[in-house]
Write a protein that binds this ligand. Structure first.
Ligand code: ADP
Ligand code: ZN
Ligand code: ZN
Length: 756
């Protein structure tokens, strides 16, 4: 296939060069003059030799920009000594990638470099610990039984795993299994386990479980594996999209593909959303590839991240698993990139450059000559559209391989409930079913489709809403760790905190009350309706501390509650075989979001939520409560019909010229002074109109017009031609550069996922 080359040869007399990036902190580029003999030969991303510093010693550097803009007079410019030929070091690809990101998404080169380059300081090799079971499985079960009686839950967790594996990586146990060091110490003293430390490089830990062979793939799975690998062998590089319901065997396909790549001496990057990087998922990779696999995620220290990159460079690992930043692990021989849950919004960066991992992976695959495999139960409209148009190759997996049937889904019209006199947040049907599950000792998940934290504080007499003085948002009641209300109010955007006044500042009424966070209210209603129910709640308030997310899920998995109540975070990851009922309480809330992805987001959330029921042998049931039972996102999610959803949604995108039917660039203008921001936004809109062929919408105040005393304006440009948008962006950057604005700032967001 022909992937479009988007990096351009730039003409100019000067080159901005980052010198010796593997040894220096990335700081700033130095400008050099391009000698005549190199004119036209130099490209951004190339490795060159330049005289550096007082002694003019020759050092290696990378060209990050070619320009006609001299930063100082010609007589002071040093000349580039020459191009470094031969094998380009790994970093050269990173520079190319950064240059592409800068061009494609808009940012400074330094910001792009900081994104693609791992930590620069060399770190001491990390020590790694492993836990080895010293007893037989039988004996261990004995100890396990004892711990169960004593309710030593942490010990139980680790012993259960040790009955299955003789050796476990220490970090996996303290991290994902959430077992304290002291607990392990105690097991060591008891003589149940040994804990050994080994240096990372000298003698990497081997998982002593016999590496597990893969399952025999089903014919559908095997077809995907064979096709992708034979394409690879025949030098066809493509992007593949696997659409497959949860449990249809996508991960098993990834594993077999990785195995194939390893056999060919190639390495793989596997992207998984951070929230789905659970112990179970990781263990599956560890079991298959032993210490040839490693992880990258936000809980790693800078040193640990550095180590993973060093190991990758030295060929000590074949596979890295992690969220979007794992894309930048510098493998010498990258063969494949896999992106699981490709539709996840977390694949889009929220800071400049606002890159999308899917597109960036596509470019990276191109420069590395690798294949790209995407997987999802509910593909993004972008990916599915490209598959429909033949740009990606589409595979479908329809069957759950572990048996277990799909859940039955019913939609309940909340307007009808109200008409028949039910004012509760639970429909009558849902109440019956919760009661039924409690009686059967089966579990229920209740999902509130709503983002954000606690409710706002308002006056019940006059409707006055307490607002943050620095932001255009209402203040929220502060909820403490244990859920108690402290009489304080906070702003979730800037952190401003204040005491809740005793009276309404506007009318003096004492009835100034906070609306409770949705999930908290559900929890209370549950206790009121079912006095014996045991509830776990998971939302922004209960998961502030590190690991609390995993703790709550583990507790639920171990049957410590009848009902788990939560926001969207509960619909991902983790399998709960005992959950046979899922209730979605307000399915249409996300349809009210102001951006064009609202329908897609709703469909994905409902589909995922439905996928939570009936994962074990018992059949599951899903209740979707909504005020808009006739909306296509809800109808299609209920019938679990992705194809029909896609057909309707793409029509809507075409009519509105939204991505993927068209491309869109959002421009955010921020300013200390409102009038200046307004004027700049108008000027930029004017420039945008002249600089390219795009529809310009705005400027207007952003949906949150002020955050932290900084005013925000937004402007949208739409065009089916991405190049028109980058051209407009370039013109705006050229206009802004000489102004060197201090109090105003301009940011670009291409094909945005969240609105400003
Ligand atoms: P997904 O990634 O699509 O959710 P998984 O690969 O995790 O699916 O597979 C779901 C379940 O089916 C897992 O328990 C897995 O072990 C099992 N499974 C996958 N492929 C096969 C197969 N070919 N034969 C038997 N079981 C399989
Ligand atoms: Zn009032
Ligand atoms: Zn604020």
């Amino acid at each position: 296939m022909n992937r479009r080359r988007t990096d351009k040869m730039t003409q100019g007399r000067y080159a901005n060069i980052i010198v010796d990036i593997s040894h220096e902190k990335v700081d700033r580029p130095f400008q050099y003059k391009i000698p005549d003999e190199l004119q036209g030969k130099l490209e951004e991303g190339m490795c060159v030799q330049v005289p550096f510093g007082m002694g003019n010693h020759l050092r290696q550097g990378y060209v990050v920009e070619i320009t006609d803009r001299a930063e100082f007079p010609d007589e002071k410019q040093k000349l580039i000594a020459g191009i470094v030929n031969g094998n380009m070091p790994v970093e050269a690809d990173a520079i190319r990638l950064a240059a592409w990101m800068k061009e494609h998404y808009g940012s400074t080169m330094i910001a792009a470099l900081k994104t693609v380059l791992p930590v620069k300081q060399a770190m001491k090799p990390k020590e790694k610990k492993k836990i080895t079971r010293l007893l037989t499985v039988e004996e261990t079960r004995g100890v396990l039984g004892e711990c169960l009686r004593k309710h030593q839950n942490a010990k139980v967790r680790v012993l259960e795993e040790l009955c299955k594996e003789q050796v476990l990586p220490y970090e996996l146990v303290t991290g994902k299994l959430n077992v304290a060091a002291a607990t392990l110490k105690s097991l060591q003293t008891q003589g149940v386990i040994s804990i050994e430390t080994e240096s990372y490089y000298r003698n990497p830990v081997k998982l002593q479980t016999a590496k597990e062979a893969g399952l025999d793939l089903s014919p559908e799975q095997a077809k995907i594996r064979d096709r992708v690998l034979s394409d690879y062998d025949e030098n066809r590089r493509r992007t593949y999209l696997i659409r497959g319901i949860t449990g249809s065997g996508k991960t098993e396909v990834y594993l077999s593909l990785i195995e194939g790549m390893i056999k060919r001496g190639k390495q793989c990057i596997v992207l998984i959303p951070e929230i789905a990087l659970t112990y179970q998922t990781l263990l599956r990779f560890y079991k298959r590839f032993g210490d040839r696999v490693s992880v990258m995620n936000s809980t790693l220290s800078a040193g640990e991240k550095f180590d993973q990159c060093e190991r990758a460079k030295k060929g000590e690992i074949d596979v890295i698993i992690g969220p979007r930043s794992a894309l930048f692990v510098p493998f010498p021989n990258l063969g494949m990139i896999i992106i699981d849950e490709e539709h996840e919004p977390s694949y889009k960066s929220e800071s400049m450059p606002r890159y999308h991992a899917r597109e960036t992976a596509e470019y990276l695959a191109e420069i590395k000559s690798a294949s790209l495999v995407l997987g999802s139960a509910t593909p993004s409209l972008e990916a599915y559209d490209r598959a429909k148009k033949g740009k990606y190759e589409l595979f479908t997996l329809n069957r759950r391989l572990t048996g277990g049937s799909l859940a039955t889904v019913s939609v309940i019209d909340l307007r009808q409930e109200l008409r028949s006199g039910n004012r509760s947040i639970f429909s009558r049907r849902l109440q019956e079913l919760i009661e039924d599950r409690m009686a059967k000792k089966e579990q229920t998940m209740l999902f509130l489709n709503r983002r954000g934290y606690a409710g706002f504080v308002s006056c019940r007499s006059c409707g006055y809403v307490m607002k943050c003085p620095h932001c255009d948002v209402s203040l929220s009641q502060h909820i403490g760790q244990a859920g108690q209300i402290k009489g304080r109010m906070v702003c979730h955007y800037c952190g401003y905190e204040t005491v809740q006044p005793p009276k309404c500042p506007s009318c003096g009424s004492p009835y100034l009350l906070g609306f409770k966070a949705g999930t908290q209210q559900i929890e209370e209603q549950l206790y009121r309706r079912f006095p014996k129910v045991k509830v776990l709640r998971m939302d922004g308030d209960t998961t502030r501390t590190k690991d609390s997310y995993e703790k709550i899920l583990t507790a639920f998995a171990q049957g410590e509650a009848d009902v788990l109540v939560g926001t969207q975070m509960i619909v991902k990851g983790h399998d709960f075989p005992n959950v046979t009922l899922v209730g979605v309480l307000a399915a249409d809330l996300s349809l009210n979001d102001s951006d064009y992805r609202a329908g897609e987001r709703t469909f994905q959330l409902l589909t995922q939520a439905a996928g939570r029921a009936g994962r074990g042998q018992k059949p599951g049931e899903v209740i979707i409560q909504t005020y808009r039972p006739d909306h296509y996102s809800i109808i299609r999610a209920a019938s679990q019909d992705y194809e029909a959803f896609y057909e309707e949604e793409i029509l809507y995108r075409e009519i509105g010229a939204y991505p993927p039917a068209s491309h869109m660039m959002a421009i955010l203008i921020t300013a200390m002074q409102e009038e200046k921001g307004d004027a700049l936004a108008r000027k930029i809109a004017d420039l945008a109109g002249k600089a390219g062929n795009a529809a310009i919408i705005g400027p207007a105040k952003a949906s949150i017009g002020k955050i932290n005393d900084i005013y925000r304006f937004v402007l949208y440009c739409k065009s089916t031609d991405y190049g028109q948008l980058t051209q407009i962006k370039d013109k705006i950057e050229q206009y802004l550069f000489p102004l060197a604005l201090k109090e105003e700032n301009v940011q670009f967001d291409f094909d945005p996922i969240d609105s400003f």
